[in-house]
Design a protein around this ligand. Sequence first.
Ligand code: UTP
Length: 279
Amino acid sequence: MIKKCLFPAAGYGTRFLPATKAMPKEMLPVVNKPLIQYGVEEALDAGLTEISIVTGRGKRALEDHFDISYELENQIKGTDKEKYLVGIRKLLDECSFSYTRQTEMKGLGHAILTGRPLIGDEPFAVVLADDLCVNLEGDGVLTQMVKLYEQYRCTIVAIQEVDPQETNKYGVISGELIADDLYRVRNMVEKPAPEDAPSNLAIIGRYILTPDIFELIKQTEPGKGGEIQITDALMKQAKNGCVIAYKFKGQRFDCGGAEGYIEATNFCFENFYKTGKAY
Ligand code: UTP
């Protein structure tokens, strides 16, 4: 059973400056809820109740968000505004939160390694909260992945087909189709130019990782952009046939940039806020 979910949230969020100069990207609101809350809700839906967050300088608002604000609660007690806090209270009641700080932003792989003391020696999920994933038709994306993990017992990465001209924004995989929407990964390239991409199947911000990944990250030299890339460590697992890529059911919005963020905002406004499911 997977219980832990790691949220690497120490990045600078440069694509969203100046909004992210003093505020964590993960706290950007999509309608009325910060991005990270959508991610934690998805994790809880999947049965992951031990939430670990890798933070960094200027990210203290994240810890305050997942805490009780006594003054505020006292202020709205007995009013109809209490409903606004029902969702976050549920997360506080049902999940535990632990934090560690990445002191140098050396990439996603390094951020995941920084979370090792919080995870220990067990499989765990990773959520990049700026990828907002929703599935109106059924199980959330993490729930779908946890079910697959229970079947295959190896690393699972979520993928989606992207415009071939945009492969240079993603880790891109190729492999053999082993079932509907499932590939056994054979090759993986970080941010390839369109002409070098092995496919247009791009990894997005949902992973289930087996704990051997930590040693593999440790052995990984800095790659593209001087950062320790998770893709390089995953490639080592893939060589042993231990990485499955899953074309998930649902939609993903890249909220790390303005376009995806606006799309997500419109989507959530229509489907959650207007329908009274936003708290
Ligand atoms: P991104 O590639 O989106 O980087 O990181 P970023 O810094 O957040 O955003 P931009 O590209 O500058 O706008 C993917 C995820 O990995 C985390 C980020 O917080 C994000 O959730 N990350 C990245 C870290 O935690 N530490 C790092 O050193 C790098």
